[in-house]
Design a binder for this molecule. Structure first.
Ligand SMILES: *Cc1c(COP(=O)(O)O)cnc(C)c1O
Length: 422
């Protein structure tokens, strides 16, 4: 889209023509002390609360109050099966088959569980490849896996780095790394959308490349789930994990999702950590006898899950199903393209968008570098009613979310930024 226009009227027209504009009313929008709605650009950090979430949680509180333990089987939504109510919708959002998806635990915990199965180092092939600016939790997790298996966490880690003077990583460089080190790499673990630059990776390309060197390939899609079309099944990735409190709007610290490709669904040879929730549902409550592995991603569950958090995810899934993920992604491209257009219109030599300008290589987030700026800029935006995210040394990250952000939000944000910079 290159035929955007500047001006408030145009932003309002875009909002009027937006088929999804009514979804904003289904969310609580944070306000300032005077009761004015803030411009919320941090749905990539914590998604806003849908108004229906309370009803979904209240239902479970009520069943717990009225039924006690019987709620497991007699509740309106029997808790024993609660995670199954999420599977189909979640599978659609990440582009997977239901057998491949489960909601359980928190994100970093799931990453470890996946690595227990999919990081199987040998003395000849034990290294792990990640992006150089991977999310810190992922880096720490991967390093601890190396140490857990008795390897040095510096020597065993290979970083896919951006070139000097560049922010985005290049596929040619990944190909070179694999040419040189492919035979030593046990696992490639990449953030599906990089949290810092907003670069959305070609999951299929990375997977195919990794597999051609005999590496296992997994993704942390915390910044991808609910933001971009991940097509996890078609990517061929061995596993993926994501959280549900960012673009999936399920509340602080809510549960995480995990994907295991269906070619691993019935494997009994994979090393795993298990618990009673990994065991055959039919015989789980006989409480004795031999362990009988559940097929598919469900087989990685350990514990009976947090129902209240799942209720919030269920509310969110309802909204995604109603809006339609394809429609959301279309709006997202328009919204972010408009944002990019307005930033470029500023024509400010100190400002550089480091997120890819190809709409297929990004989601809704734009990471904007403001040279010579410091954290004061973030504070000034805050005072101007704009909530953004600051990353040292000089980057503001803004994520206009198609479910609740408007074109006018974007217009106002850029106007306020302009004022501050002048
Ligand atoms: C948000 C995020 C996390 C946070 O991990 P938790 O276990 O949910 O605290 C980890 N990795 C990535 C890539 C993230 O974006």
């Amino acid at each position: 889209m290159s035929n955007y226009k500047n001006g408030l009227e145009y932003a309002k027209t875009l909002d009027q023509n937006d088929k999804l504009s009514h979804f904003r009313d289904q969310f609580y929008i944070p306000k300032d002390n005077e009761g004015n709605e803030l411009i919320y650009m941090t749905g990539n950090s914590l998604g806003l609360q849908p108004k229906i979430t309370k009803d979904y949680i209240d239902q479970e509180l009520q069943d717990w109050a009225n039924l006690g333990v019987e709620g497991h089987t007699e509740g309106q939504n029997p808790w024993l099966h609660y995670h199954e109510y999420l599977t189909e919708a979640m599978a659609k959002v990440v582009g997977a088959n239901p057998l491949e998806v489960v909601v359980m635990n928190s994100l970093t915990a799931n990453l470890h569980l996946m690595m227990v199965s999919f990081y199987q180092p040998t003395p000849k092939r034990y290294k792990i490849l990640i992006e150089a600016d991977a999310f810190p939790s992922d880096k720490y997790a991967v390093e601890s896996q190396l140490r857990h298996h008795g390897y040095d966490d510096k020597e065993g880690l290979i970083l896919w780095k951006a070139r000097e003077g560049e922010e985005l990583v290049r596929y040619e460089d990944l190909e070179d790394i694999l040419k040189k080190h492919g035979h030593e790499i046990a696992l490639i673990m990449i953030g599906g959308v990089n949290y810092y630059t907003g670069q959305f990776f070609d999951l299929k390309r990375i997977t195919t490349l990794g597999h051609s060197y005999g590496c296992v390939v997994g993704f942390d899609c915390a910044h991808g789930a609910g933001n971009v079309k991940l097509d996890l099944h078609d990517s061929g990735a061995d596993f993926a994990v994501w959280c549900t409190y960012k673009y999936l709007n399920s509340g602080p610290g809510s549960l995480s999702g995990a994907f295991v490709h269906e070619r691993h669904a019935h494997r009994k040879d994979l090393n795993r950590f298990t618990g009673w929730w990994s065991h055959n549902k039919e015989t789980r409550f006989n409480m004795r006898g031999e362990f009988d592995q559940l097929p598919g991603a469900e087989g990685w569950q350990l514990s009976n899950p947090t129902i209240l958090s799942m209720a919030a995810i269920r509310a969110s899934m309802h909204i995604f199903e109603t809006a339609g993920f394809d429609t959301l992604c279309d709006k997202s491209k328009l919204l972010t393209g408009y944002f990019e257009f307005l930033i470029n219109e500023l024509n400010n030599e100190h400002i550089k968008i480091i997120t890819p300008n190809n709409p297929d290589e990004r989601g809704c987030q734009l990471s904007i570098q403001v040279k010579n700026a410091d954290k004061k800029l973030h504070q000034q935006l805050m005072e101007a009613g704009v909530i953004t995210d600051w990353r040292e040394p000089d980057v503001i990250r803004c994520a206009p979310v198609p479910l609740y952000n408007t074109f006018e939000d974007i217009y106002q944000l850029v106007e306020r930024l302009k004022k501050i910079l002048n």
